[in-house]
Write a protein that binds this ligand. Structure first.
Ligand SMILES: *Cc1c(COP(=O)(O)O)cnc(C)c1O
Length: 374
């Protein structure tokens, strides 16, 4: 067994305080001991989501929270607008279609963020649309979307804004209540430095009106059942106990650091990472780059899939390749969660070594200097 470097945009590395929390003996979930931990975790999530509304914790991957949003808000035949600028925008469309929604796709070139004017135009063209589904960080392309500007538009209309913040939560600024975002979903294994297995969702007061009205079938994902017991605090079904115990530690960490400071820190790591690749002579893929993940174009003649595989085999460094139409064309390096500047120095140096071994010569960026300034 040897040390590995996980620089993928999920799952991300686990801090020791998380691994130790995961190793504790299991608790029964209907005990005051566990309920205190659940209450701490849920209160802390409100801080991370920047909301006064309850944040519900589901046992499931991030996609379960996406499906939960659709099942609780969208009835068959409802018109919705989905922004599709990558793999995860596509997923919003697929889920909404599965629930019988009439979906208008606002297609955005992969690698750039939707502009608020495009949302405005889509809403003018589809005035009966009851919700807009967007992706805060489109992890597949390394793009961050201006949620604040979009919320400024939707909050004035009878139209909900639903945000996939699965990879951006705790990494890129997001102020749910202050900005007037209606629904935010997230997951555990990206910025929140936990193993996969927890999904989170929070709804504004006006979104709850839609929950009552939705005629879509739902059982495990019926949020009304979660809401009935959240004040206790309790969950309708067995929660992922050990993950919640570790989550309580993560939210304490966020409070101790201050979320604004963490947002700023990831912003600096992202900037230094972009500079490192540019100094190496490579081209970035995203025009609206994200705080959490940097997408880099594979140099001419280099298959990024092969680069990723060689990195893992030769250096035990994991980065992500491209998905769907970007397969082979880009690679993605994460700087979210517990990933820090020293991990990035190792990772970027190894990318360079593999590129050289594949016959692609690059310049040598001064990584130590770059990151110690970050
Ligand atoms: C990872 C991710 C998802 C999917 O989450 P799962 O936990 O794999 O279900 C959805 N949206 C975005 C933006 C993601 O980064």
């Amino acid at each position: 067994m040897r040390k590995t470097y996980i620089l993928t945009p999920g799952p991300t590395p686990l801090p020791d305080f998380v691994r130790l929390a995961l190793a504790r003996p299991i608790l029964h979930h209907r005990t005051s001991e566990f309920q205190e931990i659940l209450a701490r975790a849920e209160e802390g999530l409100k801080y991370i989501f920047q909301t006064e509304q309850p944040v519900f914790v589901l046992a499931g991957s991030g996609t379960s929270a996406m499906e939960c949003a659709v099942a609780n808000l969208v009835s068959p035949g409802d018109e919705v607008i989905v922004v599709e600028g990558g793999k995860f925008g596509e997923r919003w469309r697929e889920i909404a279609e599965s629930y019988g929604a009439k979906v208008y796709s606002l297609e955005v070139e992969w690698g750039r963020a939707v502009r608020p004017e495009e949302i405005e135009k889509a809403l003018a063209e589809h005035p009966s649309a009851k919700a807009v589904f967007i992706t805060h960080c489109e992890t597949s392309t390394g793009v961050d979307t201006d949620v604040e500007a979009i919320a400024r538009i939707t909050r004035e209309k009878d139209c909900l804004l639903v945000v996939d913040a699965i990879s951006s939560m705790g990494v890129s600024p997001l102020k749910m209540d202050e900005w007037g975002v209606d629904v935010v979903v997230s997951g555990s294994q990206k910025g929140l430095m936990l193993p996969p297995g927890l999904a989170f969702i929070s709804l504004s007061e006006r979104a709850w009106e839609w929950v009552e009205r939705s005629t879509s079938p739902r059982y495990y994902l019926d949020l009304r059942k979660y809401r009935k017991v959240i004040e206790k605090p309790d969950t309708p079904y067995t929660p992922a106990v050990s993950l919640v115990v570790a989550l309580a530690e993560v939210v304490d960490y966020y409070r101790s650091q201050g979320i604004e400071n963490l947002w700023a820190r990831y912003g600096k790591l992202a900037e230094a990472t972009r500079k490192a690749f540019r100094d190496m002579g490579l081209e970035l893929f995203s025009k609206d780059p994200s705080n959490g993940v940097t997408a880099v174009k594979s140099p001419k003649g280099i298959d990024s899939g092969k680069l990723v595989k060689t990195l893992r085999q030769e250096y035990r460094v994991s980065v992500a390749g491209g998905q769907a139409k970007l397969k082979g064309k880009i690679f993605r390096v994460a700087h979210m969660g517990w990933i820090d500047e020293l991990d990035l120095i190792v990772g970027i140096n190894c990318v360079r070594a593999v590129l050289e071994s594949m016959g692609c010569s690059t310049a040598n960026p001064d990584l130590a200097k770059l990151y110690l300034q970050a």
